[in-house]
Structures are given as C-alpha cells and as structure tokens.
Ligand binder design. Structure first.
Ligand code: SF4
Ligand code: SF4
Length: 182
C-alpha cells in the first residue's frame, strides 16, 4: 500500500539483543544526556528573583499621569477608548467642581476609568491618541490574577501615586529617536 507520509514506520517484531535486554547502554545514554545539560547555559531564569531585561520599547501596564502639581491630566475626552482596537477602555466623565482644581487639571475628568487587561493587546494606540499626555504604557508587567474581574484595572491601579511618580521618559525618548531616524 502506498504510504501517505514519510513518517510512518514498519513495526518489526524482532528479538531484543543481549545488550538491549540488560538496558544498561540505554540507561547510560540517558544519563550522559542528563549530565551534558549540567554544563550548558540555562534557558530559564529564577523569576521573580532574576528578571530578564526588557527592550526599551516594551509596552506593559498603563499609567494615568498627573501633572507637575499632582492634578490628574486625563480630561475624559474618550479618544483613547475610540482608538483602542480591542475595546478595552471604558470611562465615565464628570464635571470638576469648585475646589477640585488641585485634583483634576481640566474642567472635565474621568470619574471612572477602566482598562480590561485581558482584552488589551498592548498596541500603544491609546497612548498615541491622547491629546493630554495622560496615558502611557510602561515597562511594568500586569500581575497574574485568579479571577477575570481582577484584570479590570480601575483608577486605583492606573493613576500614578502623587508621591511615587512613574517615569515614562526612557521609552518615550527611545521611541521618538527610533521614529525620527526611520
Ligand atoms: S494598548 Fe492598545 S489595546 Fe491596550 S488599551 Fe491601549 S489602545 Fe487598547
Ligand atoms: S487618557 Fe487621554 S485620550 Fe484618554 S480620555 Fe484621558 S485625556 Fe482623553
């Protein structure tokens, strides 16, 4: 019968030789392969103690930035949500009240701002669409979670803390340089 592929093999019911019956050569061959791996460069890292360096253009967890005085930059214009191909961003806009000028830079702000990290494909289009330089992707990894709901990041996780600003300048400078040379 004509073979359909080159991978098929004929099964032969031949008697095992003496060496095959004592299994010793096969065991030694297996041990040799195991020992040879001791001296090879490891392919894995002891994460999270050891972390692999990321490329300068790596796009990870988003941050919603504050301005120099600590007010939220986002004005809830919705351009990031419209430009998002994965429809991962949702928000609810609200009007800034008197006395809230130090909290929100513009008269309109995002009372609710959520990104579904399971939908996000980290394309960076939201960052490019933002006219207020309010949203950036960073080199932080999105944490592993046990439930789907925990992957919906709200303002509590997205807005940078006032006293622990997140530096996005390194990737921005690198991206700008690589774009201008192309
Ligand atoms: S990185 Fe891309 S997919 Fe993720 S929220 Fe921004 S626009 Fe949407
Ligand atoms: S992050 Fe930027 S684009 Fe998105 S709603 Fe806020 S200001 Fe508009």
């Amino acid at each position: 019968m004509e073979r359909l592929t080159q991978r098929s093999r004929d099964v032969v019911n031949k008697k095992m030789t003496f060496m095959e019956r004592i299994y010793l050569p096969a065991i030694l061959k297996g041990l040799f392969i195991t020992f040879s791996h001791f001296f090879r460069k490891k392919a894995s890292l002891n994460y999270p103690e050891v972390k692999k360096p990321f490329a300068p253009v790596y796009r990870g967890q988003h941050v919603l930035k504050r301005d120099e005085s600590g007010a939220e930059r986002c004005t809830a214009c919705g351009l990031c949500a419209v430009s998002c191909p994965a429809e991962a961003i949702t928000m609810v806009a609200a009007e800034r009240k008197n006395g809230e000028e130090s909290l929100y830079r513009e008269e309109k702000y995002a009372a609710v701002y959520e990104i579904n990290m399971l939908r996000c494909i980290f394309c960076g289009l939201c960052e490019e669409a933002c006219p207020k330089e309010a949203i950036f992707l960073t080199d932080r990894i999105v944490d592993a979670e046990f439930t789907r709901n925990d992957f919906v990041y709200g303002k509590d996780k997205l807005v940078e803390p006032v006293d622990a600003r997140i530096d996005v300048s390194k990737r921005q400078v690198w991206s700008y340089q690589s774009n201008s040379t192309n």
